[in-house]
Ligand binder design. Structure first.
Ligand SMILES: Nc1ncnc2c1ncn2[C@@H]1O[C@H](COP(=O)(O)OP(=O)(O)OP(=O)(O)O)[C@@H](O)[C@H]1O
Length: 123
């Protein structure tokens, strides 16, 4: 937690530090985000290899950020759900399903964007 006596800038820097720690924790512990990170590296290499356009880079980077950030929120929701109600409950199931559904929607959009960018390079 931030110390109220610290300056605005110090508090902001501390928050960035916590956020960075959270991102590293996600990457170290969550299989789904590790797979997404691997795919992100693959498409980044593909982007350089196929010399995709500036606009294509914008969409590609946005989609990587979208999918991975929603995956992070989904993981956080799972942690909260397991913390507040570790036992089986229909509402917890629905909460987790909806959060996973959000990742699914972003992933479908990312696959469509990737297809639009790379399909013409292969076929
Ligand atoms: N406490 C619970 N009560 C009812 N259903 C649950 C509960 N926990 C999980 N589920 C059901 O199991 C599904 C998978 O939950 P889980 O927490 O294992 O997520 P996951 O997607 O496998 O996550 P991860 O792979 O990141 O561990 C949920 O979407 C939900 O349908």
């Amino acid at each position: 937690m931030s110390d109220k006596k610290d300056s605005f800038l110090i508090n902001r820097l501390k928050s960035v530090g916590w956020a960075f720690k959270g991102a590293l924790l996600l990457l170290r512990t969550e299989a789904s985000i590790q797979i997404q990170f691997f795919i992100a590296i693959l498409v980044t290499v593909a982007g350089f290899y196929f010399e995709i356009s500036r606009t294509e880079w914008l969409f590609q980077v946005a989609m990587i950020g979208l999918v991975m950030s929603i995956e992070g929120v989904n993981t956080s929701i799972e942690y909260i759900a397991d913390f507040i109600h570790p036992e089986l409950h229909a509402s917890i199931g629905r909460i987790k399903d909806v959060a996973a559904g959000a990742v699914f929607i972003a992933s479908i959009a990312a696959v469509i964007v990737a297809s639009i960018i790379y399909y013409p390079r292969f076929f």
